[in-house]
Design a protein around this ligand. Structure first.
Ligand SMILES: Cc1cc2nc3c(=O)[nH]c(=O)nc-3n(C[C@H](O)[C@H](O)[C@H](O)COP(=O)(O)OP(=O)(O)OC[C@H]3O[C@@H](n4cnc5c(N)ncnc54)[C@H](O)[C@@H]3O)c2cc1C
Length: 315
């Protein structure tokens, strides 16, 4: 039988945004309840080294950092639960949410921190090297540093792909950009920037078919020209994907304003308010620009403060 629980603050998602919101909300005595979702700890649990989060001079592994964030939230008695929120109803003043174990939650405030998932090509070899941390990445800003002075390949043709290729070009000796069609999708200014960067080589009509390596680390990419069927092998130690992200926001689409990709729109810039009073969003679920742990944590803090002010204004 389903059970109804009344909570002041429900946090959906357990990445850096969710845990930071939980720490702030718990310390403000909002007794937050968090549902961790299918990936407790979020995206960082899929990476080894995190070297750019302030406070870790020697770096930290993603899973270790998330264990510490969880412990910090628990220290202030945040109620952290394993499970998914599968349905919401934001039509009334009380926000109704349902968890996958049948629990019905009536929340005065909701903080959405469900993140986004990077898209991959789905090649078996790509997934192998991704899983073992052997040279496949969907984040140049996060991982480019590990390929300093080396050759990399990046797949993508949009603005983000151009930005990431340009970022890599400053660190790597050579960047080969694989563009599936005979033109970019990116804006003219971004396209010109990569075209004018001497160590970026652009291969049009070219698709990656296999990530090559010795099973432990990437040593190249086998690619095919989709016009001529010519197969080439490009030596590289890093294979980057920049073909988009999918925000985990489908369950909110009937109530919240989303952009064309699915990112939740902020109602008021400079805050974490959505179009539904009492519902706030933090982290990558609303961020298609920065997508970093520190920015997610920053907006997690903002969301908890916004939620607390919302509750205070109603008292
Ligand atoms: C391979 C890789 C390496 C990276 N390296 C770095 C790095 O070195 N430095 C850096 O700053 N950033 C890095 N990033 C980016 C960083 O991981 C993200 O910017 C950050 O994790 C976003 O945090 P978030 O809290 O918004 O969401 P996420 O970390 O995406 O977490 C989302 C959470 O929501 C949960 N969830 C989703 N749907 C539901 C639901 N319906 N119900 C309940 N829970 C749900 C998930 O289980 C998950 O816990 C990396 C990303 C990747 C993929």
């Amino acid at each position: 039988m389903s059970e109804i629980q009344k909570v002041k603050c429900l946090i959906i998602g357990s990445g850096p945004a969710g845990y930071t919101a939980a720490i702030y909300a718990a310390r403000a005595d909002m007794k937050p309840v968090m549902y961790q979702g299918m990936q407790p700890g979020g995206q960082l649990t899929t990476t080894n080294e995190v070297e750019n989060f302030p406070g870790y001079p020697d770096g930290v592994t993603g899973p270790e950092m998330m264990i510490q964030l969880e412990a910090q939230a628990k220290r202030f008695e945040a109620d952290i639960r394993f499970g998914m929120i599968t349905k919401v109803d934001f039509s009334g003043e009380i926000h109704k949410c349902w968890a996958d174990d049948g629990t019905e939650i009536h929340a005065e405030t909701v903080i959405i921190s469900t993140g986004a998932s990077a898209m991959y090509l789905g090649l078996e070899s790509e997934q192998h090297y991704l899983k073992i941390g052997g040279g496949v990445s969907a984040c140049a800003v996060c991982d480019g540093f590990f390929y300093r002075g080396q050759e990399t390949v990046i797949v993508g043709a949009g603005d983000s792909a151009c930005e990431e290729a340009h970022y890599l070009s400053k660190l790597c000796t050579k960047v080969t950009m694989l563009v599936r069609r005979d033109e970019f999708r990116a804006s003219k200014i971004m396209t010109e920037r990569v075209k004018n960067t001497p160590n970026i080589e652009i291969l049009y009509n070219t698709e990656a078919e296999e990530v090559l390596g010795d099973g432990q680390g990437v040593s190249g990419v086998k690619a095919r020209n989709n016009k001529t069927n010519e197969i080439i092998e490009i030596p590289c130690t890093g294979f980057f994907l920049a073909i988009g992200h999918k925000p985990n926001t489908a369950i909110f689409k009937d109530y919240l304003n989303l952009d064309e990709v699915g990112y939740i729109k902020y109602e008021q810039p400079g805050t974490t308010k959505t179009n539904v009073p009492g519902v706030f969003v933090a982290g990558d679920a609303a961020d298609k620009t920065y997508r970093q742990a520190i920015t997610a944590a920053g907006t997690g803090c903002m969301a908890a403060l916004d939620a607390e002010r919302y509750l205070a204004s109603k008292e």
